[in-house]
Design a protein around this ligand. Structure first.
Ligand code: F6P
Length: 365
């Protein structure tokens, strides 16, 4: 009987997931005694009754590397350690079904698991590993907030989308003598904001790592206007906050959704600017999930291919309890403990922040 590797994609989707799945399948196809199966919607496919497991072979993955999303689906709710359960009074609680999941994996003849996901998913990977699961992680997120790897796949595609948005806002802002606020994703890290602001030539860039002073932002805007003529582009990361202030978020009422929902800081910033006396026309664009959907750019397809092929090689070498990572110029493996020990923030003293300031971008400080 052939050995089996099970692939799951967890957390928010991200351009390049399919390219990783394809690379795993193509690499595994070179070994005569291995086959690949996929769990639908992260690990839900194993725990659902009846289970939802799909065969992943060369035919199934042909051409999928250019497609956004994930052909096996994903979820950022629940999971084996916090499975949503409806209480008799109608409220929702959660149950730990991880032991049951491990039994089900055994029953399915699964020898190894490759979990493609961000920090939340890799925390699940680590807990499963500690319970004896032969598991390997692949880092995914447009936010680039996993510190063990130089880049996560999907990040560069999101940056490209955000940069395209800056480019487009420049022409309409200049035509109308307006200020535009572009809100980009990234959770508690400013990677997408910083990179797209530099690439697009924004005038202000506000990121979580550098709390902003609204007066500094006002000064920069006014330096861009003369006798009512001019324009300015502000890129604001969703996790940005003013000096002494907090991240702007709401609580989701979706069952099993634990994360705070970031988003809406652009509206808050405009309110603050008006309160500080801004009189120019100002508009907001919230880019949202356009950064996450659609086809991955070439860079992310290549990184995804490298991650997928390496992940399967780690299965062959039984390098469990580790995540694939990119440390230029190598693709390496890093223990989960190291992966999860810190969050990957933008360093306010880093060269790219210095470059941004050097080309006249106001970082709010
Ligand atoms: O982690 C990726 C990400 O897109 C964040 O940038 C964003 O805050 C969050 O996911 C949005 O999640 P959801 O798709 O659940 O709204």
């Amino acid at each position: 009987m052939k050995k089996r590797v099970l692939v799951a994609t967890g957390g928010g989707d991200c351009p390049g997931l399919n390219a990783v799945i394809r690379a795993i399948v193509l690499r595994a196809g070179q070994e005569k005694n291995w086959e690949v199966i996929g769990s639908v919607n992260a690990f839900d496919g194993i725990l659902n009754e009846p289970n939802e497991i799909v065969v992943l072979n060369e035919k199934e993955v042909a051409g999928i590397h250019i497609r956004g999303g994930t052909i096996i689906g994903t979820t950022n709710k629940g999971g084996p350690f916090a499975w949503p359960i409806k209480n008799p009074d109608g409220s929702w609680g959660s149950a730990d079904r991880s032991d049951e999941m491990l039994r089900r994996l055994q029953y399915l003849g699964v020898d190894a698991v490759i979990n493609i996901g961000g920090d939340g998913s890799q925390q699940i990977s680590n807990k499963l590993f500690e319970k004896g699961c032969n598991i390997i992680g692949v880092p995914k997120t447009i936010d680039n907030d996993l510190q063990a790897t130089d880049f996560t796949f999907g990040f560069q595609t999101a940056v490209q989308e955000a940069t395209t948005a800056v480019d487009k806002l420049v022409t309409t802002a200049a035509s109308h003598n307006r200020v535009f606020v572009l809100e980009v994703m990234g959770r508690y890290a400013g990677w997408i904001g910083l990179h797209s602001a530099v690439a697009g030539g924004a005038h202000v860039c506000l990121i979580p790592e550098i709390p902003y002073d609204i007066n500094k932002v006002m000064e920069k805007i006014y330096s861009r206007f003369h006798h009512g003529r001019g324009y300015a582009i502000i890129v604001v990361a969703e996790g940005a906050k003013p000096v002494g202030g907090e991240v702007y978020y709401s609580k989701s009422d979706e069952v099993g959704y634990k994360n705070p929902r970031l988003g809406g800081v652009a509206f808050k910033l405009i309110h603050e600017l008006k309160q500080a006396g801004l009189e120019t026309d100002i508009r907001e664009t919230v880019l949202g999930h356009l950064q996450r959907g659609g086809t991955p750019i070439a860079y992310d397809r290549i990184l995804a291919a490298q991650f997928g092929a390496k992940a399967f090689e780690m299965v062959l070498n039984q390098e469990y309890g580790k995540m694939v990572a990119y440390r230029h110029p190598n693709i390496v493996s890093v223990p989960f403990g190291e992966v999860l020990s810190a969050y990957n923030f933008v360093d306010p003293g880093s060269d790219l922040v210095t470059t941004a300031k050097g080309i006249g971008i106001c970082m709010g400080d």
